[in-house]
Design a binder for this molecule. Structure first.
Ligand SMILES: N[C@@H](CCC[C@H](N)C(=O)O)C(=O)O
Length: 316
């Protein structure tokens, strides 16, 4: 046995550096996270530590790892405090493989729910809170069904190409009969959205191996396969069903930024009469997406959905 490695592990098999660390486990529509409070920023985590904790067989198991740090203790957070001194808390988000992502839409709701459960913030229904993320400051409102997050403006990853052709990528996945056109959308993090005609096609798509995307955005991409309902709109709400393969994770039961990107792409393809309100059904539940004109005069995307904490514990 490699003595260096074994001495770095505790009896649990987790990195010894993690022993004694208190954590919570939570999820938003089945997209699950291990959460750790590190108010003073003294507990930086390595990719190997994150991957060990998120391991579904030998760790706690999760799609992502979230560290709650006071913004003043991270360089990224300090920069954000200049524009919003109220953004006291920073969501330090990692994918299950230890890689950093700029943003996590389900994670941000669970993050705020965790801050509340830990007594680190107060937030009554109808009140808002700003928090720092690597995709900038986000404003979260506590609503009766959970949390509504102003995710900010969406963007095309390849603006000229997308506007001209309505698609900018070719996507293939096991189970698809032929490669499909995709549209690359940034919600702070990268997404490539593919529309499928039938739910049977969505079910046949295999996401145990990553889809291929040509061209792939520079830092990789999350890939959403989306079936628009027929008819698309019911009572003013656009209806979508989606599965996702997440960068740094694999297939997940839900992806909040992915649901936003899916609504952006389908609304773009649907044209002028497409609605501003969308309900996106994912394997883990339903999230809401709304397009609204924000105070800055730009179109923002609002994501809403539940957040749950299911356990607290201590790593051994
Ligand atoms: N599940 C998240 C997205 C997490 C980050 C993603 N895997 C990436 O690498 O960009 C969500 O709810 O948005």
């Amino acid at each position: 046995m490699n003595t260096t490695l074994s001495s770095a592990l505790s009896a649990s098999g987790l990195p010894a550096s993690l022993a004694g660390l208190p954590f919570a486990k939570g999820h938003g529509t089945g997209n699950d996270f291990v959460l750790v409070a590190d108010p003073d920023g003294g507990r930086e985590v390595t990719p190997a530590e994150v991957a060990a904790v998120c391991d579904r067989h030998r760790g706690i198991g999760a799609d992502g790892f979230i560290r709650a740090v006071r913004s003043e203790h991270l360089p990224e957070g300090q920069a954000l405090l200049q524009s919003d001194p109220a953004a006291e808390w920073f969501m330090d988000y990692r994918n299950a493989d230890g890689s950093i992502s700029e943003m996590c839409g389900n994670g941000v709701r669970v993050f705020v729910h965790f801050l509340l459960a830990e007594g680190l913030v107060n937030l009554a229904e109808g009140e808002t809170l700003t928090i720092g993320t690597r995709a900038g400051i986000k404003t979260i409102t506590r609503v009766d069904s959970g949390y509504a997050v102003d995710m900010g403006p969406w963007e095309f990853i390849y603006p000229d190409h997308a506007a001209a052709k309505a698609m900018d990528a070719v996507v293939n996945a096991d189970g698809l009969e032929v490669p499909r056109p995709g549209l690359s959308v940034s919600m702070g993090n990268p997404h490539t959205v593919v529309a499928l005609a039938e739910l049977s096609e969505l079910a046949a798509t295999q996401l145990t191996t990553p889809p291929t995307v040509q061209p792939e955005p520079e830092n990789g991409t999350n890939v959403e396969f989306v079936v628009p309902a027929e008819p698309l709109v019911e009572n003013g709400v656009g209806l979508l069903t989606m599965r996702v393969h997440e960068r740094g994770v694999g297939e997940t039961l839900s992806c909040g930024t992915g649901a936003c990107a899916a609504a952006v792409a389908i609304r773009f393809w649907a044209g002028r009469d497409a609605p501003n309100d969308w309900a996106v059904t994912v394997p883990g539940g339903v999230v809401g997406v709304r397009f609204l004109t924000a105070e800055d005069g730009r179109e923002h995307v609002e994501l809403s959905g539940p957040a749950v904490i299911v356990a607290r514990g201590t790593l051994l």
